[in-house]
Design a protein around this ligand. Structure first.
Ligand code: PLP
Length: 452
């Protein structure tokens, strides 16, 4: 394994005394296999499960003390860095004061966070916030809001999308691997995602807008409640929407009476390095934005940010998420916004992301299995193909390289419908000093593939 000199000490503190924790590998795997339901057990990317014990900044340590660079940000939840001292301090202060305040009662911290999130949105509109526990709940709420506001039922989503696991969010999720063989919520049509590398219409924006026209004309009533777009498809393999797509798609949606919903669960919080939100650089203004993951730097929280008149459509009855607007999670959310601003992390994502992408492009020149290198900021991907001409997905090769990246000290993810994309979405604090070690670890992994 990688450098062991950075092995940390794990003192047994008060917590260990409070409830004993068995850190042996066999025991952890055994308990999980025995007591986790199949639906939670199934998602294990590595052949040999990775057990994590500690995180700091852009690094995590496994239970044996091996340090890995977290290019996944624990699935984008760790936005400003593991155990960021300001987030930890904010959460600790709040948890000691009042761990939970049910939303029936008032507390200043969630109200502050709502104001601060609203302030990040385009001027000239009145924005309001509804906090949830997770992204999938926020997607469900966004769909309900759109249907309530417009009085229409039909929703258009993109193929190759992921929006969450609940009934509502799953029904707008296109990727087969996340759609279970159960009845889905109806009135959803899918348009082709404008994937510039392997999209069905090749590169360009217009063919995909034409496809959206056909989708509306042939798979809906013509009256839309909404169109829902991840501004960068995440699990789909880091697919940025090409210039003009979102503007064209939302114009068509509005012409059909629908609302524009952006899912910024992965692309939000400066991940693209371009702006706080993915939609901003496309010159569009959504009606509803969905947030989660990085909002709490690992503390569970989701949010719907909507134009006031849209959200008012739900005023007749309340929607109650027991832990939505939890003050501890919202304290984390406030600290995240402050850290992003004070540490200039958007600029860091842009600069470090660009430097890392240059190194990935260099790898592409040397390893023919790399068909595409794409992305911006800290939303980067390498797509592996059998050969550049056919673009046949190199899924088995990707699985091998993926295993090797761990051996060489990286955590990242296998994504895309063919699991042939290495997705890199590190915390915003990944630094210039990390670029060479990360590039070298990737290079070693691809060399291992050549010599296996
Ligand atoms: C783009 C996107 N939307 C929605 C969700 C659902 O969020 P959660 O897992 O917090 O329910 C996810 C989760 O991975 C996501 O990636």
């Amino acid at each position: 394994m990688n450098d062991l000199s950075s092995k940390p000490q794990f003192p047994s503190g008060a917590h260990d005394r409070a409830a004993s924790v068995d850190w042996s590998r066999e025991a952890i795997i055994g308990r999980r296999d025995r007591y986790f339901a199949a639906s939670q057990r199934a998602f294990v990317p590595y052949q040999n499960p990775l057990i994590l014990r500690r995180g700091e900044g852009q690094y995590v340590w496994d239970e044996e003390g091996n340090r890995l660079t977290d290019l996944l940000g624990m699935n984008l939840c760790i936005s400003v860095g593991h155990a960021h001292p300001r987030v930890v301090a904010a959460v600790r202060a709040q948890v000691e004061q009042l761990t939970h305040c049910t939303t029936m009662f008032h507390h200043p911290v969630p109200a502050h966070l709502a104001e601060e999130l609203a302030a990040t949105m385009p001027k000239g509109f009145e924005w309001v916030v509804h906090f949830t526990n997770s992204g999938t709940e926020a997607i469900d709420l966004a769909l309900m809001m759109a249907r309530a506001h417009t009085g229409h039922q039909d929703v258009v989503a993109l193929r190759n999308s992921y929006h969450g696991a609940t009934y509502g969010a799953q029904s707008v999720t296109g990727i087969k691997g996340f759609r279970h063989n159960v009845a889905q919520v109806p009135n959803v049509a899918f348009a082709c995602e404008p994937n510039q590398y392997r999209g069905v219409f090749g590169p360009g924006t217009q063919p995909y807008l034409d496809d959206l026209d056909r989708t509306i004309d042939t798979s809906t009533s013509g009256k839309l409640a909404a169109m829902l777009i991840e501004t960068v498809q995440g699990y789909g393999g880091i697919i940025f929407m090409p210039p003009g797509y979102m503007a064209g798609a939302f114009a068509r949606t509005r012409a059909a009476g629908g609302l524009a919903i952006v899912d910024e669960v992965q692309s939000g919080f400066c991940k693209t390095g371009r702006a706080m939100w993915g939609f901003e650089s496309e010159g569009v203004v959504p009606d509803i934005m969905v947030l989660a993951k990085g909002i709490g730097n690992g503390i569970p929280l989701g949010a719907v940010v909507a134009r006031r008149e849209v959200a008012e459509s739900m005023a007749e009855k309340f929607i109650f998420h027991t832990y939505g607007a939890n003050p501890m999670a919202c304290a984390a959310g406030r600290a995240v916004l402050q850290v992003i601003r004070d540490e200039n992390l958007q600029d860091n994502a842009r600069r470090v992301g660009r430097a890392l992408k240059e190194r990935l492009t260099d790898l592409q020149r040397r390893f023919p299995v790399i068909g595409d290198v794409r992305g911006e900021g800290f939303m980067l991907a390498i797509e592996l193909v059998k050969d550049a001409g056919s673009k046949a997905p190199a899924s088995e090769e990707t699985a091998y390289v993926f295993e090797r990246t761990r051996v060489h000290g990286l955590v990242l993810s296998k994504s895309g419908i063919y699991k042939n994309v290495l997705r890199m979405v590190p915390p915003l604090c990944l630094s210039m000093d990390d670029v060479t070690p990360v590039a070298e670890a990737l290079e070693r992994s691809f060399r291992d593939l050549q010599t296996r």
